[in-house]
Ligand binder design. Structure first.
Ligand code: FCB
Length: 454
C-alpha cells in the first residue's frame, strides 16, 4: 500500500471556520458574519466570531502541524481581511497575517496550498447583488491579483474556488448557507459568476508568468438510482446534472449540461447568464483539479416533492441514506468506493490533469475521556478505507498527487455550528486547548510510511 514518493499528505481548513478575530486586524464583514448572526439560521446560534481563535494562535497551530509531520496545508484566505469592502482599498494587515502563515509553513517544511474563495464574500459586495451580479466575478479577479502578487513567490498551489455547488445552491437555491436565498435562477446565476470569476482569476494569475500550479476545487458526489427503476435512474441523472455536470461540463468541455438547463427552462427558470467568450474563459486549462469527496447521493424519483429548503427537491427527487450504510455524525453514509468511482470517471470523461483530494474526512461524536484522550477509531477506519480506495483508482491510471484530510482542527461547521467535529485535532472551545486525537497520531504514521499499513 505504498504511494508515489512525491505524494503530498496534508490537511485542510477554511478562514471563517477557524480564524475568529472577525473585528480585528482591519477585517471587514462577510456574508457569513451576517448569516451566522441571523437568528434561526445556525444550530444553537453559533457564529465564527471566535472559532478556533487561529488568528491569535498561529504559531502554536503551525508547531502542531510540524509535530504531526504534515507535508502540506490547505487554507483559505479571507477576502474581507484583505479587502474589507471587497473592492478598492487593500488591508495590508490582512496580507501580513497570511504572509506570516505562509512563511511559518515554509520554515517547517510544509507546502502551502491556498484557496482564494471558501465562501466568505465581503458583505459590501453582497449588498450589490453578490454572486448574482456579474461585477462580482471581476472583483474576485482583482482580489486574486492582490493576493497573488503578495504570496505567489512562496505558495506553489492556488485554488480559485472551493465547492461552487455549495456556494451557489446551498447559498442561493436552498437557503441553508449564506446569503440564504431560495431561488433556483439566482443559484444558476451565482454558478455562472463563480465560474466566470474562476476563469478571470486564472487569467490574472497566469499573466504574472510564475510557475505555480493553478486549479479549482469541486465537491463531487456520484449520483446513484436508489432503486432499480428507470424513473430513479432519470432522477439520479438530474441530480448528477446539478451536483456534478453543472460544474465539470463548463470547466472541461466549455458548455453547460443541456438536459439540466432545459429542465429548469421548462419550469420558467432562467438559465445561467452566459456572455460572449465566458465559456472559453471558464474552460481554460487548469494545472490540477481539486476534489472534495464525502458521500454518494442515492436518488429516488419523487414527482410530488415540494420545492423547499431540502437540496434537490426542486428536481422532483428525494435523496435517501441507505439503511444499511454506516453513518457519520453528519448522518452521511460511509462510501469509500464512491471516491474511487468518481476519480475514474473524471479521467474517462473529463480530464487527464493531475488531481488532488483537497478534502475528505468525517464527523465523529468525539469527546475527551477522563484521561484527556480523544479516541476516534471511527475516523481512522474511515480514512484508511478511503486511502485504500484511491490507491485502487491510481492503479487504474488516475493521476492522484495528494490528499488533504478535512480537517486539521475541529471547527465551525457552517449551519451545524460547533456541533460537528471533523478535526484530527480536538478543540476544547472553552479553553481553546488542542488535543491531537488518535487519528492524528495514526495519520502521522501513514505519512511516515507513505501509505496505510498492510
Ligand atoms: C465541505 C466544506 C468544508 C467543510 C466540509 C465538512 O463542504 O468545503 O468547509 O465544511 O464540507
Amino acid at each position: 500500500m505504498r504511494f508515489p514518493d512525491d505524494f503530498l499528505w496534508g490537511t485542510a481548513t477554511a478562514s471563517y471556520q477557524i480564524e475568529g478575530a472577525v473585528d480585528e486586524g482591519g477585517r471587514g464583514p462577510s456574508i457569513w458574519d451576517t448569516f451566522s448572526h441571523t437568528p434561526g439560521k445556525i444550530y444553537r446560534g453559533d457564529t465564527g466570531d471566535i472559532a478556533c481563535d487561529h488568528y491569535h494562535r498561529l504559531e502554536e497551530d503551525l508547531d502542531l502541524m510540524a509535530d504531526l509531520g504534515l507535508q502540506a496545508y490547505r487554507f483559505s484566505v479571507s477576502w474581507p481581511r484583505v479587502q474589507p469592502d471587497g473592492s478598492g482599498k487593500v488591508n495590508q494587515e490582512g496580507l501580513d497575517f497570511y504572509r506570516r502563515l505562509v512563511d511559518g509553513l515554509l520554515q517547517r517544511d510544509i507546502t502551502p496550498m491556498i484557496t482564494l474563495y471558501h465562501w466568505d464574500l465581503p458583505q459590501a459586495l453582497e449588498d450589490r447583488g453578490g454572486w448574482t451580479n456579474r461585477e462580482t466575478s471581476e472583483r474576485f479577479a482583482e482580489y486574486t491579483g492582490i493576493v497573488y502578487e503578495a504570496l505567489s513567490d512562496a505558495v506553489p498551489f492556488w485554488i480559485t474556488l472551493n465547492e461552487p455547488w455549495v456556494a451557489s445552491w446551498l447559498g442561493h437555491g436552498y437557503g441553508l448557507h449564506a446569503p440564504g436565498k431560495q431561488d433556483p435562477a439566482s443559484a444558476l446565476a451565482a454558478t455562472h459568476h463563480l465560474l466566470l470569476g474562476h476563469g478571470l482569476a486564472l487569467e490574472r494569475m497566469r499573466s504574472a508568468g510564475r510557475d505555480n500550479q493553478l486549479g479549482v476545487t469541486l465537491n463531487l458526489h456520484p449520483a446513484l438510482a436508489a432503486r432499480d427503476r428507470g424513473a430513479d435512474e432519470e432522477a439520479a441523472r438530474r441530480v448528477d446534472g446539478q451536483a456534478n455536470r453543472l460544474y465539470l461540463d463548463p470547466l472541461f468541455h466549455g458548455e453547460y449540461p443541456g438536459d439540466l438547463i432545459s429542465y429548469y427552462r421548462e419550469r420558467g427558470v432562467e438559465g445561467p447568464p452566459v456572455g460572449d467568450g465566458d465559456l472559453e474563459r471558464i474552460s481554460a486549462s487548469v494545472d490540477f483539479l481539486g476534489i472534495n469527496y464525502y458521500f454518494c447521493h442515492h436518488v429516488r424519483d419523487a414527482p410530488d416533492e415540494a420545492p423547499s429548503q431540502i437540496p434537490f427537491s426542486d428536481l422532483s427527487v428525494r435523496t435517501i441514506v441507505p439503511h444499511a450504510a454506516e453513518k457519520t455524525a453528519m448522518g452521511w453514509p460511509v462510501e469509500p468506493d464512491g471516491l474511487a468511482e468518481m476519480l475514474v470517471r473524471l479521467k474517462e470523461e473529463y480530464t487527464d490533469s493531475p488531481i488532488y483530494v483537497t478534502e475528505n474526512g468525517r464527523a465523529v461524536h468525539d469527546y475527551a475521556d477522563p484521561n484527556g484522550d480523544v479516541k476516534d477509531e471511527e475516523r481512522i477506519s474511515y480514512l484508511d478505507a478511503h486511502f485504500r480506495a484511491v490507491r485502487g483508482a491510481m492503479d487504474q491510471g488516475v493521476d492522484l498527487r495528494g490528499y488533504m484530510v478535512w480537517s486539521f482542527l475541529d471547527n465551525y461547521e457552517w449551519a451545524e455550528g460547533y456541533s460537528k467535529r471533523f478535526g484530527l485535532v480536538y478543540v476544547d472551545y472553552a479553553t481553546q486547548k488542542r488535543i491531537p486525537k488518535s487519528s492524528a497520531r495514526w495519520y502521522s504514521e501513514v505519512i511516515k510510511r507513505n501509505g496505510p499499513d498492510n
